[in-house]
Design a protein. Structure first.
Length: 150
């Protein structure tokens, strides 16, 4: 587990979300979904997503997708497979981040600049935080994506 968010993440909302998650870590135990109240960061709500994790076989499914994400990507991925949804053809680039969050219980930050199927350009910074009902086995991911001018 990492103690610090990279210094180059300037967005105050992402920094606050990471600090919130970190404050809920207890020793080597990471927070559970029940420890997180998304209404504690109202500015980020439209940019948040929750992912259900199945470790064997490895599968990720969007449980909740914020309205700003739906607007940027043009569809609601709730209930859909993560690899076949937002990440699309870029899944091979970001899949290691998701696997590290699940199997190493490690937060990750990723920047990307890409075009969706409708040729709309997007640049974003994404924070991914592992959650574990038992404190150790990741069963959910909490994420936020902040869009920047492309």
């Amino acid at each position: 587990m990492t103690d610090n968010l990279p210094d180059d993440i300037a967005d105050p909302g992402l920094r606050a979300l990471f600090a919130y998650w970190r404050e809920r870590c207890r020793g080597d135990a990471i927070p559970a979904r029940r420890d997180i109240d998304p209404t504690d960061f109202p500015r980020l709500l439209p940019n948040l997503f929750l992912i259900d994790v199945r470790q064997e076989p490895f599968a990720l499914t969007y449980r909740l997708v914020g309205t700003n994400l739906v607007a940027h990507f043009g569809f609601d991925a709730t209930g859909k497979d993560v690899g076949g949804s937002f990440a699309g053809p870029d899944w091979s680039v970001v899949e290691p981040d998701y696997r590290a969050a699940v199997f190493e219980r490690r937060p990750s930050v990723h920047r990307d600049d890409f075009a969706t199927a409708n040729h709309r350009r997007h640049r974003y910074v994404r924070l991914l935080l592992p959650l574990a009902g038992d404190g150790h086995t990741v069963d959910m991911l909490l994420g936020a994506a902040i869009f920047e001018a492309a």
